[in-house]
Design a protein around this ligand. Structure first.
Ligand SMILES: *Cc1c(COP(=O)(O)O)cnc(C)c1O
Length: 372
């Protein structure tokens, strides 16, 4: 057997050869919309803080007050002594905002999927998920021990074919999709999948991580989301009926066996959600910026704040990233396995804070250099 380090090095060498090695680059995000990275100050198109709420003074003030009053950490899991009073108003607001009876906050969106999906599906059941669903859903579905089928992205005919073939052989059935696909920016056909689920006696779970505040999720039986994107903080949630949420409290391992969030993070999310709810136009502003970009590129209007510029090979996506960096803009190259082989891309995430001039400048640079 080779030594462990040898094995690790061999695998790393292989990733390097394929241009798939990732690296941790120190990035400071002190000014809204700007990052300092490897000595350069860049305007970022790679942050999921769509509304600029991570640095909003009202959010910071709420977090600071909670930090000073309640300390740095939760001290225990929520079912022990970590269920801070700050959870109640946040969960009530999330439930109201998503139009559900109850919501439950988890440590992250990843943990919300990893807890909810294996609680709701198990051995003998069938889970159908869109081929482009986030890794947290895919991993959770595998963890559930249900039979797993992936349908072609947003392809209702394919989903139907699989259901016709497989549904009868399984006890319960879940269909999983996203309201906004995280690497492609297109919307999941939530309403149509809801109808399909009804037709086949299945339930629909929608991950709304990138759609909070503008994408429809009404047809879902269960909504999963995150506090770390539009809300600018950290944490995840599930919104559903009171009975489903109570079941998650009793059974979801990633809820039970982990420490609660720091009070400051809960307070920050509450303040951010209050801002979003008080200004319904706010959640649409990133979309307007994304549409300015797609119009400039001569493409169909963006469906969400996420716009991919697909470039094919990983090396080409890295070159395009470097070109923009030299001009003062940051758009991180996304490579396999985050996207399918040959689908490497620059992924632009537009925020409410981007200015028209920089959006136009980035689009023009991509055109000039033959990337768009
Ligand atoms: C980002 C993301 C998650 C994970 O959320 P975190 O709070 O960052 O863990 C889950 N699902 C989708 C679709 C995402 O894009």
């Amino acid at each position: 057997m080779p030594a462990l380090d040898e094995l690790a090095r061999a695998r790393l060498d292989r990733l390097r050869e394929e241009h798939l090695l990732r690296s941790l680059v120190r990035t400071d995000r002190d000014a809204p919309g700007r990052v300092e990275r490897a000595g350069a100050e860049l305007e970022s198109f790679s942050c999921n803080d769509y509304l600029g709420l991570a640095t909003d003074p009202r959010v910071i003030a709420a977090a600071r007050e909670a930090l000073e009053r309640h300390g740095a950490g939760a001290g225990a899991s929520r079912l022990v002594t970590g269920n801070h009073a700050l959870y109640e108003p946040l969960e009530r607001a999330l439930a109201e905002f998503k139009g559900r009876e109850r919501a439950l906050v988890f440590g992250s969106g990843f943990l919300a999927n990893a807890g909810a999906i294996p609680t709701l599906a198990g051995k003998g059941d069938l889970v159908l998920l869109d081929r482009l669903c986030h890794a947290s859903m895919y991993n959770a579905a595998r963890l559930s021990r249900a039979a797993l089928e992936r349908f072609e992205h947003n392809n209702l005919d394919d989903a139907r074919r699989i259901l016709e073939r497989e549904r009868a052989g399984h006890a319960r059935c879940w269909i999983l999709t996203e309201s906004v696909f995280s690497m492609d920016g297109d919307l999941g056909p939530v309403d149509a999948l809801g109808k399909l689920a009804q037709e086949f006696d299945a339930w629909l779970l929608v991950d709304d991580a990138h759609g909070l505040g503008f994408a429809p999720t009404g047809a879902a039986d269960v909504v999963v989301g995150t506090l770390s994107k539009a809300l600018g903080g950290v944490g995840g949630y599930v919104a559903a009926s009171a009975a489903v949420i109570e079941l998650l409290v009793q059974k979801a391992h990633t809820f039970i066996y982990t420490t609660g969030l720091p009070p400051a993070s809960i307070a920050a999310s509450s303040a951010a959600l209050a801002i979003l709810r008080s200004d319904p136009g706010l959640a649409h502003r990133p979309l307007e910026n994304a549409r300015r970009f797609t119009a400039r590129l001569g493409r169909a209007p963006a469906a969400s704040p996420i716009v991919p510029v697909v470039l094919g090979e990983a090396a080409r996506a890295l070159e395009a990233q470097a070109m923009l960096e030299r001009a003062g803009y940051l758009a991180i190259a996304i490579r396999p396995p985050t996207v399918p082989p040959g689908g490497s891309r620059l992924r632009f995430a537009f925020s409410a804070r981007h200015q028209a001039e920089s959006i136009d400048a980035v689009a023009d640079l991509l055109i000039q250099h033959g990337y768009a």
